[in-house]
Design a protein around this ligand. Structure first.
Ligand code: FES
Ligand code: FE2
Length: 397
């Protein structure tokens, strides 16, 4: 039967009903959550512009002037290391006529706008601008790039446009206890890539959070190494993140501690953790490597993906041929990612279809319910507030 069209409030009410009820009764999210332009606008404002997002790893920019770029809710940002060794982030938009200053990644001791060469130092201050001496509106000393909040947590660079965002260290305190045994800030980055997939960003977050699909969609790759029935979830649902852990077979090619790894003991030597830090940062932390995804919506059906890989220091140190190891490892992940791309792009097409109805969830999809709670908490209150404001405005007119 065809789904009748629903308003944003009706879609969010349907989401909240599932999120508030017991997990055992839950079905997948309403399909419109993935396809509605209004929901995307709400997400940009209430989630991406308000929360912390991950731009990469601090040791991807080790030297003064190294930089990477990122976008948060339409705001281009660059992240750099200043002369004192601090990681700092700025609006990546020139203060003259709004040209984007930097693209991709690289190293600059000064940032020179590619349009008319206004030049900024690594503290964001304007230090040069040609042919401006006749302009009364120009006051060089007052011109600075707006600074974006940065927090480094376990080697991750988190950014927020919101000066009042709850510090990452507070939200992730319960996770710190679990991940610190791996010392992941010492992992050495070997690959960072950006990709674009034709799907809604939340389908990728959800796909990462459930191992139910592993033996099926990944039967050619990781599916064979993981006994999904042994998946463990934390008993308590946390607010800003979720995670699960997997024990890999000791015969697995990747995911087992190197013999020189003295940090991990017992079962931890072949346990991988899979944290999802809401809204859009997910990673697999294994004893020998880590890989991550950081997502940005670019329209309802398009997602920008930053994908990175890092190796545990003892793995990196003992490699005879780093390049060929990395090529094999990354080639393997590319295959896994391709398997995921097929399914998350397929679900997006499914979510748009008029006959689509969400189905019941398996116990292996527990984290999808955690994510629903997170989304409902942020989106339903915001939507109710903006409807109330709209009504007050209308009454006043
Ligand atoms: S826009 Fe940057 S110098 Fe003109
Ligand atoms: Fe997958």
């Amino acid at each position: 039967m065809m789904r009748p069209p629903r308003s944003t409030d009706e879609i969010l009410t349907a989401l909240a009903r599932r999120a508030d009820g017991p997990f055992e009764d839950a079905t997948a999210m309403p399909p419109e959550i993935y396809t509605s332009e209004d929901i995307l606008e709400l997400e940009k404002r209430e989630i991406f512009a308000s929360e912390w997002v991950c731009a990469g790893r601090a040791n991807e920019i080790p030297e003064t002037g190294d930089y990477i770029t990122y976008t948060i809710a339409d705001q281009p940002v660059f992240v750099t290391r200043d002369g004192k060794g601090n990681v700092r982030a700025y609006a990546n938009v020139c203060r003259h006529r709004m040209m984007q200053l930097l693209e991709g990644s690289g190293n600059r001791k000064r940032i020179v706008c590619p349009y008319h060469a206004w030049t900024y130092d690594l503290g964001g201050k304007l230090i040069g601008a040609p042919h401006m001496e006749r302009s009364n509106a120009f006051e060089k000393k007052n011109i600075c790039l707006p600074e974006v909040n940065v927090e480094i947590w376990e080697g991750w660079i988190y950014l927020s446009l919101n000066a009042d965002a709850v510090p990452v260290v507070e939200t992730l305190k319960p996770l710190a206890k679990i991940v610190e045994r791996y010392s992941m800030s010492d992992y050495i980055p070997v690959v960072t890539e950006d990709h674009v997939w034709q799907t809604n960003w939340k389908l990728l977050t959800e796909n990462f959070m459930e191992g139910y699909h592993l033996p099926v969609a990944h039967k050619e790759t990781v599916g064979a190494w993981i006994a999904v029935e042994e998946t463990e979830f934390p008993k308590k649902v946390a607010k800003g993140f979720t995670y699960q852990s997997f024990v890999k077979e000791s015969t697995a090619t990747y995911g087992v501690a190197h013999k020189q790894n003295k940090r991990l003991k017992g079962k931890w030597r072949n346990t991988s953790l899979l944290p999802s830090v809401f809204p859009s940062h997910m990673y697999v932390l294994a004893p020998d490597h880590l890989w991550y995804l950081s997502l940005r919506p670019d329209g309802v059906g398009k997602t920008q993906i930053r994908f990175g890989v890092a190796l545990a220091p003892e793995v990196h140190k003992n490699l005879k041929d780093v390049d060929s190891f990395v090529e094999n490892l990354v080639g393997f992940f590319r295959q896994v990612n391709e398997e995921d791309r097929q399914v998350v792009e397929g679900i997006y097409r499914g979510a748009r279809a008029p006959f689509t109805q969400p189905g019941a969830l398996s116990w292996l999809e527990r984290e999808l319910h955690d994510f629903m709670k997170y989304l409902a908490a942020r989106l339903t209150v915001a939507s109710a507030t903006s409807s109330a404001e709209h009504e007050t405005r209308q009454a006043a007119e």
